[in-house]
Design a protein around this ligand. Structure first.
Ligand code: ADP
Ligand code: ASP
Ligand code: MG
Length: 468
C-alpha cells in the first residue's frame, strides 16, 4: 500500500491513511510505502539549492520549518509519554543531520547530485517515522524499516535504478519474515542506497515505483497506490473539471498514459507489476470507498468491463520545447538520423516526440534538459529552430490501434488551436500533438468534450465520489 504526499500531508490525513491500513490488516499484513508529506520534498530541494549557493540563513530557516512541521504532527498524533519522547528524539536527530548536511555543503561550496539525494531523503525518513509511531500509538503491530538496507541501487544519483536480484533477496530476508509474523511494515518510497551505503533517489514522484518494485519482489497479490483523486481519470481533473474516473485499464494503457505525462502514476510503476502480473489499484485516500481504477491484463476482469469506445484518457506534458532541424542533406541519403540522435545521446537528452519529413526533423525535449551546447552541435547538421513554452497532449486508448476516423475527430475538436507538431505511429495506442502552453486548457477541454461527453459507458467511467 503506497500513500502519496497529500495522503500523509497532515495529522488528519495520516489518521485516515492509518484507518485504511487497519481495514487491510483484517485481510492480511500489509507493507506500507510512504512519500514525504506534501510539499516537503520541494522544500528539501530548495534547502539543497540554498546550501549550494551558500545562502546559509535561508537554508537553515527552511530546515527549521521542516523540523517544526514534523514535531507538530507528532503533537497532534501522539499523546504525552515514552513513545512521544522517543519519537521527538528521532525527529530532532534527523533534523540535526539535515542541518549538518547544510553546513557541510556550505563549507564545500558545491552541491553534488549525491548530496542532493541525501537532502531529499529526509522527507520520507521523517514521514515514515511519524506514521509508524502513530500506528504504534493506536495499538498496531508495526515495524519501521529503513528501505536503504533493501532498495540497493546503482549510483546514478537523482535517477537511480534498483539492482533487482540483490533487492529481491533483501526483501525476502528482511520484510517477508515480519509480514509472515503478522507485523505490518512501514517504509520509505523514493529513496534507496548504493551497495556501499550512499543514499540515492529514484527520481521525483518515485514512490509509486518503489511500491510496485516492493510488491513485485514480495510476489504480492495487489499493489495499491493511494492518492488524492479517484483513481486514473479521463484527464487531469485540475485541467478538466469534468474528468471521470476510469474503472479498468490495461497495463499498456496505464504505462503509456504515465509516460505521456499523467502524474498520477510514476512512469516506471507498471513494469514490475506486468512482470509478476500483479493488479495495480489506484485509489483515493480521501474517499476510500470509491472504486478507483484497476490496472490489469486479467481477461476475466477486463471482459466484465469491455470498452468499445476509442479514447480512454488524455495526458498532458507541459514545459516542453520543440527543436526543428532542417537540412537538404537528408534527401535520399542515409546516416543523417543516426548523426542527429547520436548528438542527443551524447548529451544524455531524452527525445520525447518526433515527426519527420524529407528535409526536416521536429522533436520535443523537456525544457529542463534544454542545452545550448547541443544546439550549437545540431547547427552543424542543418538550420535549427527552437520553440519554448509548448506542451504535448496525447490521447490514449488500446482501441485506437484499429480505429478509423480518430484523427479527424481530434482535429475537428481542435479547430482554432495552433497545432505545432503531430505524431502517430503505425501500431501506437496514442496520438500525440504539440500546442503552445497557453492553449492547453482549451485544447484538452475540447478534446474531452469530443470523446467523453456522449452518453457514457458507466461500467468503465464513473463520476468522482466528491462530485456525486
Ligand atoms: P501523490 O502525491 O499521491 O503521488 P501526485 O500529485 O503525484 O500524487 O499525483 C496525483 C495527481 O495527478 C492528481 O492530483 C492529479 O492532479 C494529477 N493527474 C494528472 N493526470 C491525471 C489523470 N489522468 N488521472 C488522475 N490524476 C491525474
Ligand atoms: N517525495 C518524492 C517527491 O515529491 C517522491 C514521491 O512523492 O513519490 O517527488
Ligand atoms: Mg506521485
Amino acid at each position: 500500500m503506497k500513500f502519496g504526499g497529500t495522503s500523509v500531508g497532515t495529522a488528519r490525513a495520516m489518521q485516515q491513511a492509518i484507518s485504511i491500513v487497519a481495514r487491510e490488516e483484517e485481510r492480511g499484513t500489509p507493507l506500507v510505502v510512504l512519500s514525504a508529506c506534501s510539499g516537503i520534498t520541494n522544500k528539501l530541494v530548495q534547502i539543497a539549492d540554498a546550501a549550494g549557493r551558500s545562502a546559509l540563513d535561508e537554508a537553515m530557516t527552511l530546515a527549521g520549518e521542516v523540523r517544526s512541521f514534523h514535531l507538530n504532527l507528532l503533537d497532534e498524533l501522539i499523546k504525552e509519554g515514552e513513545l512521544k519522547a522517543e519519537l521527538a528524539t528521532t525527529i530532532e536527530g534527523l533534523a540535526n543531520r539535515l542541518e549538518m548536511l547544510i553546513k557541510g555543503v556550505d563549507i564545500v561550496g558545491e552541491l553534488t547530485e549525491r548530496s542532493k539525494d541525501m537532502f531529499c531523503s529526509f522527507g520520507e525518513l521523517l514521514s515514515t517515522t511519524v506514521f509508524a509511531a502513530a500506528m504504534k500509538e493506536l495499538g498496531h503491530n508495526v515495524a519501521w524499516v529503513d528501505v536503504r538496507s533493501i532498495m540497493i541501487t546503482d549510483d546514478n544519483f537523482g535517477f537511480a535504478r534498483p539492482l533487482d536480484e540483490i533487492c529481491e533477496v533483501n526483501v525476502r530476508k528482511m520484510i517477508t519474515p515480519l509480514l509472515a509474523a503478522g507485523t505490518s511494515v512501514v517504509t520509505q518510497g523514493y529513496i534507496g542506497a548504493t551497495k556501499d551505503g550512499r543514499t540515492t533517489t529514484l527520481g521525483r514522484g518515485g514512490s509509486d515505483f518503489s511500491a510496485a518494485l516492493l510488491g513485485a519482489w514480495l510476489d504480492d497479490n495487489s499493489i495499491q497506490i493511494w492518492t488524492d483523486v479517484d483513481g486514473v481519470m479521463t484527464c487531469d481533473p485540475r485541467l478538466v473539471p469534468e474528468a471521470r474516473s476510469i474503472r479498468v485499464m490495461t497495463f499498456s494503457e496505464a504505462a503509456e498514459l504515465a509516460y505521456l505525462g499523467a502524474k498520477v502514476l510514476h512512469p516506471d510503476t507498471i513494469a514490475p507489476a506486468v512482470q509478476k502480473n500483479i493488479p495495480v489499484y489506484v485509489l483515493n485516500s480521501l474517499h476510500p470507498d470509491a472504486k478507483g481504477t484497476i490496472i490489469t491484463n486479467d481477461p476475466e476482469r477486463l471482459s466484465g468491463m469491455s470498452y468499445e469506445g476509442l479514447v480512454k484518457s488524455i495526458a498532458v506534458k507541459k514545459s516542453q520545447c520543440i527543436i526543428n532541424v532542417r537540412s537538404n542533406r537528408m534527401m535520399g541519403r542515409h546516416g543523417f538520423m543516426n548523426e542527429l540522435f547520436d548528438l542527443f545521446a551524447r548529451y544524455g537528452i531524452s527525445v520525447e516526440m518526433i515527426s519527420t519529413s524529407e528535409v526536416s526533423v521536429s522533436l520535443t525535449v523537456d525544457d529542463k534538459s534544454f542545452n545550448n551546447e547541443l544546439i550549437q552541435d545540431l547547427k552543424t547538421l542543418g538550420e535549427v529552430e527552437i520553440e519554448h513554452n509548448v506542451a504535448t497532449i496525447s490521447v490514449v486508448g488500446d482501441n485506437l490501434r484499429m480505429s478509423r476516423g480518430v484523427a479527424g475527430r481530434i482535429f475537428s475538436a481542435l479547430k482554432g488551436v495552433n497545432l505545432r507538431m503531430i505524431s502517430q505511429g503505425a501500431s501506437e495506442i496514442n496520438v500525440g500533438f504539440v500546442v503552445e502552453e497557453h492553449e492547453v486548457a482549451t485544447a484538452v477541454n475540447n478534446l474531452h468534450k469530443e470523446f467523453f461527453s456522449a452518453p457514457q459507458d458507466h461500467t468503465i467511467f464513473e463520476t468522482p465520489a466528491g462530485k456525486q
